[in-house]
Design a protein around this ligand. Structure first.
Ligand code: DHB
Ligand code: MG
Length: 623
């Protein structure tokens, strides 16, 4: 089994904080980055001891730049420089130096010249029992392809000289990975892993700012790993991630995400190459939809939330026998209002104010879902919980909320509810269409990995949405049969609705829930009759719609009269309408899809502008 490693550059904080977080996440070994060491206030010997005290080996020191192919007198100087680093490595307690391919304008090309330099360095390294690994940077001056780096290493022909493979440098320029298979395993000194989203960007900037953990981007890291595994390589797999969000994020969270990403990668590989990796986890959880949504509110707010549910046509289908918990239903949608004082919901309310404290997913087997969740090191919730505190297996999800797994055994979550006489509701709403969670921008990749690692989610392309006060990044994930659609929103602009939600809610959470229906005009009419009001959409929008699509005048008039937004994609059509914001925290959307798969992205800016007009100006943070 390959040791699991991460480069210190991947994590935020000072070197000691990085190392603690890395050790706590369960890594075996680290790559120490030169900048982290040089900027740190302890000597290499002490840093080495710190690592060993934390149970971490140091698999490499890096990077050493602009070594190969130099003319004299610079050439002699590079060897002196390398000897100084060898001294440092011996104090630190690592035997591997990473040399990345030269970017120096002074360097001369030529495979044999570089090979001769490496042979000579190999002699010097071997005298001290050290090794040197050569990595092709995708932007190297003469060497920018791992196949050339390997050819240089092959010709250097020295036992202390090997090649270092980095998935980013191979995959970003779309080099074929098959040639990896013919490199002898003992000549691969280290394998570095990074993913990245597809971007139209020069490869240097792409690498230095947008790398991500495997599974968070679009590069075929799995195929790269298959090629590596085929060589029989048994050394460390080291995450090396240059990412601006990670630099700004929490060190423990990023380290744990790195571990989760490696576990997922190894598990996915084990499915293809049983000999290459550890035993397999339970497969990704298959969910058939949202079992229920639980809202934590205070007693007085419970009444106004219940009123809103009733206006939307929900039926009060149960009152808990002994607790302050209500159940509201419509179609396949189950909503729970929990204001029981001694409950998880209450502690959530105290921390976050009124909002969604838990989501329940319908799954085939809660035990298997929990087993996968545990294998991925998610946090299990241990108290018996559930609406009315029934025992339903749960883990901690976004922003301190819970994610329950509801299977046939848990289906009786409503046993302690007694029927209530009341009005019949409307039954226009069919199911939960999608759930939108807002989070700090630097947490988006973390929750993406959480969901996509756990559940059979796939990612849709990321979108940028213009809030009147800044940009919001929006990442949709959908499961196989689209019975689950989640949207993760994050913004670095502090005054966007998304960011304000986070500051006022004291953290990430569900900002909005969309319900589907088959006839939005009828649904809205009935809801209005029950007292519901909807977000005010400007007339300009409908004039623009009229110009854009040749909709019948009656249709435009009906959309306009009902504040319904519209989008079209080919023949597919989408209708959406929004409630007012509840307590300035969350809101609901009602949608109707006609073969439409998106979320009405062209309307998002309209909706955000309308909401910005609606929220009280005195709640706006001042600049
Ligand atoms: O961005 C760089 O310079 C750099 C340095 C060392 C590496 O291993 C790498 O992949 C990139
Ligand atoms: Mg690298």
């Amino acid at each position: 089994m390959n040791k699991r490693s991460i480069a210190t550059v991947s994590i935020s904080g000072a070197l000691d904080e990085k190392l603690k977080a890395i050790a706590a996440a369960g890594f075996d070994t680290v790559e120490i980055f030169e900048n982290d060491l040089v900027a740190f206030g302890a000597r290499p010997r002490e840093i080495g001891q710190m690592c060993r005290d934390l149970g971490l080996a140091i698999c490499a020191y890096q990077p050493f730049r602009d070594f190969e192919g130099m003319p004299e007198p610079q050439r002699a100087r590079t060897f002196v420089r390398a000897e100084r680093k060898f001294d440092l490595m011996q104090e630190l307690g690592t035997d591997l130096l990473l040399i990345c391919s030269s970017v120096s304008p002074a360097s001369l090309g030529g495979i044999d010249r570089a090979a001769a330099d490496f042979h000579e360095l190999g002699e010097r390294a071997a005298k001290r029992g050290l090794r040197v690994g050569y990595e092709a940077l995708a932007w190297g001056r003469h060497v920018h392809d791992y196949r050339d780096a390997w050819e240089i290493v092959r010709r250097a022909d020295h036992q202390a000289i090997g090649v270092i493979l980095d998935s980013f440098h191979a995959l970003a320029p779309a080099l074929p990975t098959n040639a990896i298979r013919s490199i002898p395993a003992d000549k691969i000194f280290l394998v570095q892993l990074a993913d990245a989203p597809k971007l139209e960007l020069d490869v240097l900037s792409w690498s230095r700012h947008f790398r991500s953990f495997p599974g968070q981007g679009d590069l075929p890291v799995g195929a790269f790993m298959e090629a590596v595994a085929a060589t029989g390589y048994a050394g460390p797999l080291s995450l090396e991630i240059f990412n601006d969000q990670f630099r700004a994020g929490s060190a423990p969270r990023t380290a744990l995400d790195g571990m989760r990403s490696l576990l997922l990668l190894q598990d996915d590989l084990a499915g293809k190459m049983p000999a290459a990796a550890e035993p397999r986890f339970e497969p990704r959880v298959r969910s058939h939809g949202i079992g229920f949504v639980e809202f934590a509110v205070s007693e007085d707010k419970a009444e106004s939330l219940a009123r809103l549910f009733s206006q939307l046509g929900f039926r009060n289908t149960g009152r808990h026998r002994s607790k302050a918990v209500q159940r509201w239903s419509q179609g396949a949608i189950e909503l729970v209002i929990n204001c029981e004082p001694a409950s998880f919901a209450h502690s959530h309310y105290v921390t976050h104010g009124p909002g969604v404290c838990a989501l329940a997913l319908d799954v085939d087997s809660a035990d298997r879902a929990m087993a996968r969740a545990q294998a991925l090191k998610t946090r299990t919730f241990v108290q018996p919980v559930g609406p009315g505190e029934l025992e339903i297996p749960a883990i901690h999800g976004v922003g301190g909320s819970l994610l329950y797994f509801l299977d046939a055994k848990g289906k009786n979550w409503d046993v302690d509810f007694e029927a209530v006489a009341g009005d019949e509701g409307n039954d226009r709403l069919v199911a939960v269409d999608h759930i939108v969670q807002s989070m700090p921008h630097e947490e988006m990749l973390s929750w993406l990995l959480f969901y996509a690692g756990l559940i059979d989610f796939s990612r849709l392309p990321q979108m940028e949405i213009a809030d009147p006060r800044g940009l919001v990044q929006s990442q949709a994930i959908v499961n196989g049969d689209r019975s689950l659609r989640f949207i993760l929103n994050g913004s670095t602009a502090t005054r966007t609705l998304s960011s304000r939600f986070i500051s006022e809610f004291f953290g990430s959470g569900v900002q909005h829930i969309a319900f589907s229906c088959d006839d939005i005009f009828a649904a809205v009419a009935e809801m209005r009759a029950r007292g519901a009001g909807f977000l005010d959409i400007p007339d300009n929008y409908y004039d623009d719609l009229e110009a854009k699509y040749d909709l019948a005048p009656e249709t435009i008039a009906a959309l306009r009269a009902n504040e319904i937004l519209y989008d079209r994609d080919g023949d597919a059509e989408f209708f959406q309408v929004y409630t007012h914001i509840f307590e300035e925290r969350f809101f609901f959307e009602i949608v109707q899809r006609r073969n439409y798969q998106g979320f009405g992205a062209p309307n998002a800016a309209i909706r955000l502008a309308a909401q910005a007009r609606e929220v009280r100006p005195d709640t706006m943070p001042r600049l």
